[in-house]
Design a protein around this ligand. Structure first.
Ligand code: ATP
Length: 316
């Protein structure tokens, strides 16, 4: 059985190969997108036994998702195919600077109708750790219910739970619903991993310390605030630790947060102490930014160890 389990929506992603408005683009590259999938692949590459729960459609995107995860060694026995709904997809343009335009075709997707089931209970109840994001609960009443039950099941089984808010305002009815639900979920986790900007949105606090305090006051044991090129801050009742960013030449920062989560979770599951776990998380986040695509840059264990060792040498 997998040690770590996560769940979410996997979408096909079509990235333009030229710099034009989406309506004028002739060629797209096919990829896959999904924050939880990225974390699952990141953990598998670091040698962990990972299971992915979700639902895809009976179409080539669903097949690609299943084969890609399986090819990375992720357990997909709990990834369902829903015969009557499609896998969602998105179109993304290519820009010289700033953020690309992304157009989603995900309403009514197979993933958005994933309801709680005895098999979900069994898989999650058997794991040591559950990773959750704030994306999946935004999709539908079913996925929101699934998310709350998944956390309750993991906790009842004595597993740890990590939560990355991954705010997607466009998926929520309004910002007050988003803030209420996401903070409610976060408060049920052991480790909460917000980015600075989303932490500000969710808590109203400005500094990383006060953002962390907001969740510590609600019973979370460790809050890790991601600070982009400023690295990250870890705060718990025992105090505050910081780690600088790894100096890299970033080419695509999308997915850095997912790599960071994979690094943090892997270290904590291996019993690595907090300062080194934070450093590992920053290293995986940084390495992830050095290639295009959310998943391509996720390092293997050997790659990660090399970067960490080079970092040690540079500091001496
Ligand atoms: P995402 O865009 O994936 O949602 P995020 O907002 O969750 O990201 P970031 O703070 O952007 O999180 O990145 C996560 C971590 O990755 C940072 O804490 C940092 O350690 C590392 N990182 C991100 N960007 C860079 C960079 N340009 N150089 C080095 N490290 C980086």
């Amino acid at each position: 059985a997998p040690d770590v389990v996560t769940f979410g929506e996997i979408m096909a992603m079509f990235v333009a190969t030229d710099h034009r408005p989406l309506s004028e683009v002739d060629h797209f590259e096919q990829r896959l997108a999904g924050a939880e999938m990225n974390v699952a692949v990141g953990l598998a590459r670091l040698g962990h036994r990972v299971g992915y729960l979700g639902q895809v459609g009976p179409d080539p995107f669903g097949t690609r998702a299943r084969e890609t995860l399986a090819g990375e060694g992720v357990d997909v026995s709990a990834l369902r195919t829903e015969p009557s709904a499609p896998t969602g997809f998105q179109l993304k343009n290519r820009v010289h600077s700033g953020d690309p335009t992304v157009v989603y075709f995900r309403r009514g997707s197979a993933a958005s109708s994933l309801g709680w089931s005895p098999s979900a209970h069994e898989v999650i109840g058997a794991a040591r750790h559950l990773h959750v994001t704030g994306i999946f609960p935004a999709l539908s009443a079913e996925t929101r219910d699934f998310t709350f039950r998944a956390i309750a099941t993991a906790r009842a089984a004595g597993a740890t739970v990590s939560f990355d808010p991954n705010l997607r305002p466009s998926l929520w009815r309004d910002s007050s619903e988003m803030t209420t639900v996401v903070n409610d979920l976060a408060a049920r986790a052991d480790w909460v991993l917000p980015g600075l900007a989303e932490g500000r949105t969710l808590t109203g606090a400005t500094s990383a310390e006060r953002i962390a305090d907001f969740y510590l006051d609600r019973g979370v044991s460790q809050v890790v605030v991601k600070l982009g090129t400023d690295g990250a801050l870890l705060r718990s009742r025992d105090g505050t630790l910081r780690a600088p960013a790894f100096p890299v030449r970033a080419v695509d920062t999308v997915g850095a947060g997912d790599g960071f989560a994979a690094g943090w979770i892997s270290a904590r599951l291996e019993g690595v102490e907090q300062q080194r776990a934070l450093r590992r998380a920053c290293a995986v986040g940084a390495i992830t930014t050095t290639s295009e695509g959310d998943m391509d840059g996720l390092p293997s264990r050997v790659h990660l160890d090399t970067v960490l060792a080079e970092g040690e040498t540079a500091r001496q």
